[in-house]
Design a protein around this ligand. Sequence first.
Ligand SMILES: *Cc1c(COP(=O)(O)O)cnc(C)c1O
Length: 372
Amino acid sequence: MSRAEARIDLEAFAHNLTVLRAAAPHSQQMAVVKADAYGHGLLPMARAAREAGAEWLGAALFSEALELRAEGDSGPLLAWLAAPEDPWGEVLEAGIDVGVSTPDHLERVAATGQRARLHLKLDTGLGRAGCPPSNWESFVSRAKALQHAGRAEIVGIWSHFTVADDPRNPLNTVQIERFHAGVEQAAALGVQPEHLHLANSAATLSLPDAHFTLVRPGIAMYGVSPGVAMGTPQELGLRPVMTLIGRFTTVKRLPAGSGLSYGHQYTLPADATVGVVPLGYADGIPRNATNVGPVFAAGRRRVIAGRVCMDQFMLDLGDDPALEGDEVVLFGSGDEEVPLAEDWAQATGTIGYEIVTRLGPRVPRVYVGEDR
Ligand SMILES: *Cc1c(COP(=O)(O)O)cnc(C)c1O
């Protein structure tokens, strides 16, 4: 092993997909692998998701979906984040379903001359992508005209939640009601697609009324909780997939009173062994983990001592024995004293999603647990 690695446990990933399947047994599953599979590596995770039985893959960017096709994935695949210059023709030719939200998206589809598989997105309250309810009928009518002309097949109607990680929030019910209303309006126009989909991870785990024909879990597949109110991964029956490990590059004794790292924001209270871990903000370690980021090192849980640098951070190991090359676990299983990605999120004021997704390309991903 080199200076650092992210160990990706494919067995844990398959387990999490099984848990999600059990939570929504009557729906197909779209494994969301956007953003390099939330930092876990697009292609290996896509392959593992298919092997675990995911009928669909979900990508945000057209480029992510095209990469999957280039690597030979030929199953149902949806991409939903189109930028103005994106190659619609190429995407449709590759047999990628597209999520569409605006009349302009439909014009782009029409302009390709290709036959498109469309998922019409309704904005039920997130205020991000999606057609607002006020324009929904005319949007659906335009899509229907394309379908009638043989230029499109309307495969799905879909939307996305705002607060599904807070399952008791009444906005969830409002969004489900608005979704039903949009589906009924489309049906009245003669549009009754095969798929209706609304649920992200949180809704897959806790809002059965939102399951419809297809669920779109992302974060929970990676064994990270969708939110504090949902519980820990363990409480949700999930196993963390990523373990982030660094190895001490330098271990040395320093006298009491020595300052550590830029700005000396940590001072050794006693003579101590200091360990240098070769991971920093260039790798996606939050700089605001300074003096608070949790790690498991030299036999117990500790926090980072002093500022996180671009490539490194330090630990005060006291009198505990440590050697250069020893492993330091930043986050992983949550077992014993090993922190979770959620612990990092809490320490640095963000969410578990960001902790795993921001891990930079310098850190090799190493896949384990393949032989199921
Ligand atoms: C990211 C995303 C998902 C997956 O959400 P999780 O909270 O990670 O489960 C599903 N649908 C859409 C549209 C998304 O952007």
